[in-house]
Design a protein around this ligand. Structure first.
Ligand code: FE2
Length: 395
Protein backbone atom coordinates (compact mmCIF):
# COMPACT_ATOMS: atom_id res chain seq x y z
CA UNK A 1 0.00 0.00 0.00
CA UNK A 2 1.16 3.51 -0.81
CA UNK A 3 2.50 5.70 1.98
CA UNK A 4 0.38 8.64 3.08
CA UNK A 5 2.17 11.90 3.79
CA UNK A 6 1.13 15.02 5.67
CA UNK A 7 1.23 18.21 3.69
CA UNK A 8 1.91 21.62 5.15
CA UNK A 9 -1.26 23.64 4.68
CA UNK A 10 -0.88 26.98 3.00
CA UNK A 11 -1.15 29.89 5.45
CA UNK A 12 -4.12 32.01 4.46
CA UNK A 13 -4.34 34.56 7.25
CA UNK A 14 -2.90 37.82 6.02
CA UNK A 15 -3.68 40.06 8.94
CA UNK A 16 -2.23 43.38 7.90
CA UNK A 17 0.03 45.21 5.55
CA UNK A 18 3.28 47.00 6.17
CA UNK A 19 1.37 49.92 7.72
CA UNK A 20 0.01 47.67 10.52
CA UNK A 21 1.89 47.92 13.80
CA UNK A 22 3.25 44.79 15.49
CA UNK A 23 0.91 45.42 18.41
CA UNK A 24 -2.20 45.65 16.21
CA UNK A 25 -1.13 42.58 14.24
CA UNK A 26 -0.76 40.66 17.50
CA UNK A 27 -4.25 41.68 18.64
CA UNK A 28 -5.80 40.55 15.37
CA UNK A 29 -3.96 37.23 15.62
CA UNK A 30 -5.25 36.79 19.19
CA UNK A 31 -8.84 37.37 18.05
CA UNK A 32 -8.32 34.64 15.46
CA UNK A 33 -6.99 32.49 18.35
CA UNK A 34 -3.73 32.05 16.49
CA UNK A 35 -0.55 32.05 18.57
CA UNK A 36 1.83 32.55 15.76
CA UNK A 37 2.41 35.94 14.23
CA UNK A 38 4.86 36.19 11.39
CA UNK A 39 6.43 39.21 9.80
CA UNK A 40 7.10 38.87 6.08
CA UNK A 41 10.22 40.97 5.80
CA UNK A 42 13.07 40.76 3.34
CA UNK A 43 15.83 43.12 2.24
CA UNK A 44 14.24 46.14 3.87
CA UNK A 45 10.84 45.43 2.36
CA UNK A 46 8.05 44.66 4.84
CA UNK A 47 5.25 42.88 3.03
CA UNK A 48 2.87 42.40 5.92
CA UNK A 49 1.89 40.11 8.77
CA UNK A 50 0.67 36.54 8.71
CA UNK A 51 -0.87 34.57 11.48
CA UNK A 52 -0.93 30.85 11.60
CA UNK A 53 -2.84 28.33 13.66
CA UNK A 54 0.31 26.55 14.79
CA UNK A 55 -1.56 23.52 16.12
CA UNK A 56 -3.68 22.95 13.00
CA UNK A 57 -3.31 19.37 11.84
CA UNK A 58 -2.08 19.03 8.26
CA UNK A 59 -4.12 17.22 5.63
CA UNK A 60 -2.91 13.91 4.30
CA UNK A 61 -1.75 13.58 0.72
CA UNK A 62 -1.25 10.39 -1.25
CA UNK A 63 1.73 9.54 -3.44
CA UNK A 64 -0.64 9.64 -6.40
CA UNK A 65 -1.60 13.25 -5.63
CA UNK A 66 2.04 14.22 -5.09
CA UNK A 67 2.83 12.76 -8.55
CA UNK A 68 -0.07 14.76 -10.05
CA UNK A 69 1.12 18.03 -8.48
CA UNK A 70 4.68 17.35 -9.62
CA UNK A 71 3.50 16.82 -13.22
CA UNK A 72 1.67 20.16 -12.99
CA UNK A 73 4.93 21.79 -11.76
CA UNK A 74 3.24 22.70 -8.48
CA UNK A 75 5.37 22.84 -5.29
CA UNK A 76 4.65 20.22 -2.62
CA UNK A 77 5.37 21.01 1.03
CA UNK A 78 5.44 18.00 3.35
CA UNK A 79 5.32 18.24 7.10
CA UNK A 80 7.78 16.44 9.38
CA UNK A 81 9.14 14.30 6.57
CA UNK A 82 12.43 14.19 8.44
CA UNK A 83 11.38 12.86 11.80
CA UNK A 84 12.53 14.41 15.04
CA UNK A 85 14.82 11.40 15.75
CA UNK A 86 16.70 12.17 12.54
CA UNK A 87 17.13 15.80 13.54
CA UNK A 88 18.27 14.74 17.03
CA UNK A 89 20.80 12.28 15.56
CA UNK A 90 22.25 15.07 13.43
CA UNK A 91 22.08 17.75 16.11
CA UNK A 92 25.84 17.87 16.74
CA UNK A 93 26.52 18.26 13.02
CA UNK A 94 23.85 20.94 12.65
CA UNK A 95 25.31 22.80 15.65
CA UNK A 96 28.81 22.50 14.18
CA UNK A 97 27.57 23.91 10.84
CA UNK A 98 26.06 26.85 12.69
CA UNK A 99 29.49 27.51 14.21
CA UNK A 100 31.10 27.26 10.77
CA UNK A 101 28.60 29.80 9.39
CA UNK A 102 29.26 32.12 12.34
CA UNK A 103 33.02 31.85 11.86
CA UNK A 104 32.59 32.80 8.19
CA UNK A 105 30.41 35.75 9.23
CA UNK A 106 33.24 36.75 11.57
CA UNK A 107 35.56 36.98 8.56
CA UNK A 108 37.39 33.72 9.12
CA UNK A 109 38.53 32.01 5.93
CA UNK A 110 36.60 28.86 5.23
CA UNK A 111 39.59 27.09 3.66
CA UNK A 112 41.53 27.57 6.91
CA UNK A 113 38.57 26.31 8.93
CA UNK A 114 38.54 23.16 6.77
CA UNK A 115 42.11 22.43 7.92
CA UNK A 116 40.85 22.33 11.50
CA UNK A 117 38.79 19.67 13.27
CA UNK A 118 36.25 18.25 12.74
CA UNK A 119 36.79 19.00 9.05
CA UNK A 120 40.42 17.94 8.78
CA UNK A 121 39.70 14.31 9.71
CA UNK A 122 36.69 14.15 7.41
CA UNK A 123 38.51 15.58 4.40
CA UNK A 124 42.08 14.31 4.65
CA UNK A 125 43.04 11.25 2.57
CA UNK A 126 40.12 11.98 0.26
CA UNK A 127 39.85 15.67 -0.64
CA UNK A 128 43.03 17.59 -1.33
CA UNK A 129 42.45 21.33 -1.09
CA UNK A 130 44.44 23.08 -3.83
CA UNK A 131 43.48 26.71 -3.63
CA UNK A 132 41.14 29.32 -2.27
CA UNK A 133 40.06 32.07 -4.65
CA UNK A 134 38.51 35.48 -4.11
CA UNK A 135 36.70 36.46 -7.27
CA UNK A 136 36.69 40.22 -7.55
CA UNK A 137 34.37 40.02 -10.56
CA UNK A 138 31.63 38.38 -8.53
CA UNK A 139 30.56 40.77 -5.76
CA UNK A 140 28.35 38.11 -4.13
CA UNK A 141 31.20 35.60 -3.89
CA UNK A 142 32.88 35.19 -0.50
CA UNK A 143 35.37 32.43 -1.21
CA UNK A 144 35.81 29.54 -3.62
CA UNK A 145 37.75 26.50 -2.44
CA UNK A 146 39.04 24.08 -5.07
CA UNK A 147 40.06 20.50 -4.46
CA UNK A 148 40.87 17.19 -6.09
CA UNK A 149 39.56 13.82 -4.97
CA UNK A 150 42.22 11.25 -4.18
CA UNK A 151 42.17 7.52 -3.72
CA UNK A 152 45.50 6.39 -2.27
CA UNK A 153 48.12 7.81 -4.65
CA UNK A 154 45.63 8.39 -7.45
CA UNK A 155 43.71 11.53 -8.28
CA UNK A 156 40.25 10.24 -9.20
CA UNK A 157 38.50 13.59 -9.85
CA UNK A 158 39.82 17.09 -10.46
CA UNK A 159 38.65 20.62 -9.92
CA UNK A 160 35.78 20.16 -7.49
CA UNK A 161 34.82 23.31 -5.67
CA UNK A 162 32.92 24.71 -2.74
CA UNK A 163 31.76 28.26 -3.30
CA UNK A 164 30.52 30.49 -0.49
CA UNK A 165 28.31 33.41 -1.58
CA UNK A 166 26.11 36.07 -0.08
CA UNK A 167 22.49 35.88 -1.14
CA UNK A 168 22.16 39.64 -1.53
CA UNK A 169 24.05 42.91 -1.46
CA UNK A 170 21.98 44.23 1.43
CA UNK A 171 24.18 45.08 4.40
CA UNK A 172 21.67 43.86 7.02
CA UNK A 173 21.17 40.52 5.27
CA UNK A 174 23.76 37.96 6.41
CA UNK A 175 22.24 35.08 4.38
CA UNK A 176 24.86 32.92 2.74
CA UNK A 177 25.15 29.65 0.90
CA UNK A 178 27.71 26.90 0.44
CA UNK A 179 27.45 25.47 -3.08
CA UNK A 180 29.29 22.30 -4.17
CA UNK A 181 30.07 21.60 -7.81
CA UNK A 182 32.97 21.24 -10.22
CA UNK A 183 34.54 22.49 -13.41
CA UNK A 184 34.03 25.79 -15.14
CA UNK A 185 31.13 27.55 -13.49
CA UNK A 186 28.28 28.40 -15.90
CA UNK A 187 30.14 26.69 -18.79
CA UNK A 188 30.64 23.08 -17.81
CA UNK A 189 27.84 20.65 -18.64
CA UNK A 190 27.84 19.16 -15.15
CA UNK A 191 24.98 16.82 -15.97
CA UNK A 192 27.20 15.08 -18.54
CA UNK A 193 29.62 14.01 -15.80
CA UNK A 194 27.64 12.01 -13.23
CA UNK A 195 30.84 10.64 -11.67
CA UNK A 196 32.10 14.08 -10.71
CA UNK A 197 28.60 15.01 -9.59
CA UNK A 198 28.82 12.10 -7.16
CA UNK A 199 32.25 13.22 -5.92
CA UNK A 200 30.89 16.74 -5.36
CA UNK A 201 28.02 15.15 -3.43
CA UNK A 202 30.55 13.22 -1.33
CA UNK A 203 32.41 16.50 -0.69
CA UNK A 204 29.14 18.00 0.63
CA UNK A 205 28.66 15.05 2.98
CA UNK A 206 32.19 15.50 4.34
CA UNK A 207 31.64 19.17 5.19
CA UNK A 208 27.95 18.87 6.13
CA UNK A 209 27.27 15.26 7.29
CA UNK A 210 23.67 16.27 8.08
CA UNK A 211 23.20 15.98 4.30
CA UNK A 212 22.36 12.36 5.12
CA UNK A 213 18.92 13.58 6.23
CA UNK A 214 18.15 13.80 2.52
CA UNK A 215 20.69 11.51 0.88
CA UNK A 216 20.16 8.52 3.21
CA UNK A 217 16.44 9.02 3.65
CA UNK A 218 14.80 5.82 2.45
CA UNK A 219 11.24 7.23 2.49
CA UNK A 220 12.31 10.22 0.42
CA UNK A 221 14.11 7.99 -2.05
CA UNK A 222 11.03 5.80 -2.47
CA UNK A 223 8.78 8.83 -2.92
CA UNK A 224 11.06 10.51 -5.47
CA UNK A 225 11.51 7.25 -7.42
CA UNK A 226 7.72 7.12 -7.80
CA UNK A 227 7.42 10.82 -8.62
CA UNK A 228 10.17 10.69 -11.26
CA UNK A 229 9.26 7.14 -12.36
CA UNK A 230 12.85 5.92 -11.98
CA UNK A 231 14.55 3.09 -10.09
CA UNK A 232 17.17 5.19 -8.33
CA UNK A 233 17.77 8.89 -7.70
CA UNK A 234 20.91 10.99 -7.25
CA UNK A 235 21.13 14.22 -5.27
CA UNK A 236 23.39 16.58 -7.17
CA UNK A 237 24.36 20.25 -7.39
CA UNK A 238 23.99 20.56 -3.65
CA UNK A 239 23.61 23.80 -1.76
CA UNK A 240 23.50 24.37 2.00
CA UNK A 241 21.66 27.58 2.85
CA UNK A 242 21.82 29.75 5.93
CA UNK A 243 18.89 32.13 5.49
CA UNK A 244 19.27 35.04 7.88
CA UNK A 245 16.90 37.78 9.11
CA UNK A 246 16.08 40.24 6.28
CA UNK A 247 17.31 37.60 3.86
CA UNK A 248 16.49 34.51 1.90
CA UNK A 249 15.87 34.31 -1.81
CA UNK A 250 13.71 36.47 -4.04
CA UNK A 251 11.36 34.84 -6.56
CA UNK A 252 13.25 32.55 -8.96
CA UNK A 253 13.26 29.06 -10.47
CA UNK A 254 16.04 26.46 -10.39
CA UNK A 255 16.03 25.16 -13.96
CA UNK A 256 19.29 23.53 -14.93
CA UNK A 257 20.08 21.00 -17.57
CA UNK A 258 20.17 17.43 -16.34
CA UNK A 259 17.98 17.50 -13.27
CA UNK A 260 14.23 17.25 -12.86
CA UNK A 261 13.69 19.19 -9.68
CA UNK A 262 14.93 20.18 -6.28
CA UNK A 263 14.31 18.88 -2.78
CA UNK A 264 14.70 21.38 0.07
CA UNK A 265 14.88 20.33 3.72
CA UNK A 266 14.64 22.75 6.62
CA UNK A 267 16.98 21.66 9.44
CA UNK A 268 17.11 24.65 11.75
CA UNK A 269 14.86 27.70 12.14
CA UNK A 270 11.83 28.45 9.99
CA UNK A 271 11.38 29.82 6.51
CA UNK A 272 8.35 31.36 4.84
CA UNK A 273 7.77 30.20 1.28
CA UNK A 274 5.87 31.97 -1.45
CA UNK A 275 5.77 29.28 -4.08
CA UNK A 276 3.64 28.25 -7.04
CA UNK A 277 3.99 26.97 -10.59
CA UNK A 278 5.15 29.42 -13.23
CA UNK A 279 1.72 29.37 -14.88
CA UNK A 280 0.02 30.06 -11.55
CA UNK A 281 2.42 32.95 -10.93
CA UNK A 282 1.59 34.39 -14.37
CA UNK A 283 -2.11 34.08 -13.54
CA UNK A 284 -1.59 35.85 -10.20
CA UNK A 285 0.32 38.72 -11.82
CA UNK A 286 -2.36 39.18 -14.49
CA UNK A 287 -5.09 38.98 -11.88
CA UNK A 288 -3.36 41.62 -9.76
CA UNK A 289 -2.92 43.97 -12.72
CA UNK A 290 -6.60 43.69 -13.59
CA UNK A 291 -7.75 44.56 -10.06
CA UNK A 292 -9.51 47.91 -9.58
CA UNK A 293 -6.98 48.77 -6.85
CA UNK A 294 -3.95 47.87 -8.98
CA UNK A 295 -2.75 51.45 -8.57
CA UNK A 296 -1.31 50.10 -5.29
CA UNK A 297 1.50 49.05 -7.59
CA UNK A 298 2.76 52.61 -7.26
CA UNK A 299 3.89 51.68 -3.72
CA UNK A 300 6.61 49.51 -5.24
CA UNK A 301 7.03 50.84 -8.79
CA UNK A 302 6.94 54.57 -8.51
CA UNK A 303 7.29 55.24 -12.22
CA UNK A 304 4.34 55.53 -14.64
CA UNK A 305 6.40 54.58 -17.70
CA UNK A 306 7.66 51.43 -16.03
CA UNK A 307 4.10 50.53 -15.02
CA UNK A 308 2.87 51.06 -18.58
CA UNK A 309 5.68 48.84 -19.83
CA UNK A 310 4.72 46.15 -17.31
CA UNK A 311 1.06 46.23 -18.43
CA UNK A 312 2.16 45.86 -22.05
CA UNK A 313 4.36 42.86 -21.19
CA UNK A 314 1.60 41.29 -19.09
CA UNK A 315 -1.03 41.64 -21.80
CA UNK A 316 -0.54 38.07 -22.93
CA UNK A 317 0.77 34.87 -21.40
CA UNK A 318 3.69 34.33 -23.73
CA UNK A 319 5.21 37.78 -23.39
CA UNK A 320 4.73 37.80 -19.59
CA UNK A 321 6.31 34.37 -19.34
CA UNK A 322 9.32 35.57 -21.35
CA UNK A 323 9.50 38.77 -19.31
CA UNK A 324 9.63 36.73 -16.07
CA UNK A 325 12.69 34.92 -17.46
CA UNK A 326 14.55 38.14 -18.25
CA UNK A 327 17.21 39.23 -15.80
CA UNK A 328 16.39 42.91 -16.36
CA UNK A 329 12.67 43.21 -15.53
CA UNK A 330 12.67 45.80 -12.80
CA UNK A 331 8.93 46.68 -12.54
CA UNK A 332 7.92 43.01 -12.53
CA UNK A 333 10.63 42.13 -10.02
CA UNK A 334 9.37 44.89 -7.73
CA UNK A 335 5.76 43.75 -8.08
CA UNK A 336 6.45 40.15 -7.12
CA UNK A 337 9.14 40.79 -4.49
CA UNK A 338 8.23 43.99 -2.72
CA UNK A 339 4.57 44.82 -2.93
CA UNK A 340 2.51 44.07 0.23
CA UNK A 341 -0.76 43.93 -1.76
CA UNK A 342 0.67 41.26 -4.05
CA UNK A 343 1.98 39.28 -1.06
CA UNK A 344 -1.52 39.54 0.43
CA UNK A 345 -3.07 38.17 -2.75
CA UNK A 346 -0.62 35.23 -2.75
CA UNK A 347 -1.39 34.51 0.90
CA UNK A 348 -5.17 34.66 0.48
CA UNK A 349 -5.04 32.46 -2.60
CA UNK A 350 -3.02 29.77 -0.79
CA UNK A 351 0.52 30.13 -2.07
CA UNK A 352 2.34 30.78 1.21
CA UNK A 353 3.77 28.15 3.56
CA UNK A 354 5.55 28.16 6.90
CA UNK A 355 8.33 25.58 6.73
CA UNK A 356 9.58 24.20 10.05
CA UNK A 357 12.57 21.98 10.90
CA UNK A 358 11.92 18.52 9.46
CA UNK A 359 9.61 19.79 6.70
CA UNK A 360 10.61 19.37 3.09
CA UNK A 361 9.67 21.21 -0.09
CA UNK A 362 9.59 19.45 -3.46
CA UNK A 363 10.12 21.80 -6.38
CA UNK A 364 9.49 20.35 -9.84
CA UNK A 365 11.74 21.93 -12.48
CA UNK A 366 10.89 20.27 -15.77
CA UNK A 367 11.71 23.14 -18.11
CA UNK A 368 11.68 26.92 -18.29
CA UNK A 369 7.89 27.04 -18.77
CA UNK A 370 7.06 24.20 -16.39
CA UNK A 371 8.67 24.81 -13.03
CA UNK A 372 7.87 25.88 -9.48
CA UNK A 373 8.85 29.47 -8.77
CA UNK A 374 9.70 30.29 -5.20
CA UNK A 375 10.78 33.02 -2.80
CA UNK A 376 12.18 32.08 0.62
CA UNK A 377 12.14 34.33 3.68
CA UNK A 378 13.78 33.82 7.06
CA UNK A 379 11.11 33.95 9.78
CA UNK A 380 13.34 34.02 12.85
CA UNK A 381 15.72 36.48 14.43
CA UNK A 382 18.63 34.08 13.82
CA UNK A 383 19.93 32.31 10.69
CA UNK A 384 18.49 28.88 9.97
CA UNK A 385 20.00 26.00 8.02
CA UNK A 386 18.52 24.18 5.06
CA UNK A 387 19.63 21.70 2.41
CA UNK A 388 18.72 22.24 -1.23
CA UNK A 389 19.67 19.35 -3.50
CA UNK A 390 18.81 18.87 -7.17
CA UNK A 391 17.33 15.49 -8.08
CA UNK A 392 18.05 13.38 -11.14
CA UNK A 393 17.80 9.76 -12.17
CA UNK A 394 20.85 7.86 -10.96
CA UNK A 395 23.28 6.99 -13.74
FE1 FE2 B 1 15.69 27.88 -5.54
Amino acid sequence: MDEIYIKVEASRHYIGGSDTSAHKAENIAKKLQHDLIIKLQQRGSHRGWLSDASDSPGQTISVEDICKLWKQSEPIVLSGFIDSNGLIEQKDHIDQSYRLMNDVLNDEECNELLYQEPYFSRLSNRFEILSSIYDENDPQAIEKIECDVIDGDDVVAENLWLKLSWLSFVEEDASLRFRFSFGLESYEDVAADPDRQQYAAEFTEAVFPESALISHNESLKQLLCKVLDVNEVSYVERIVFFNAPEGGAQFHQDIEKGHQGVVFAQLRGRTGWLTLSKQALIDEIQMFLSRPDASLLMQAVNDCEEIEYLYAKASDNISLSAYLDESDNDPLEKLINRLPAFAQQLVERGHVYIVNPGDIVLLPQQDIDHCAWHAVLCLDDFPGEALSFAVREYS
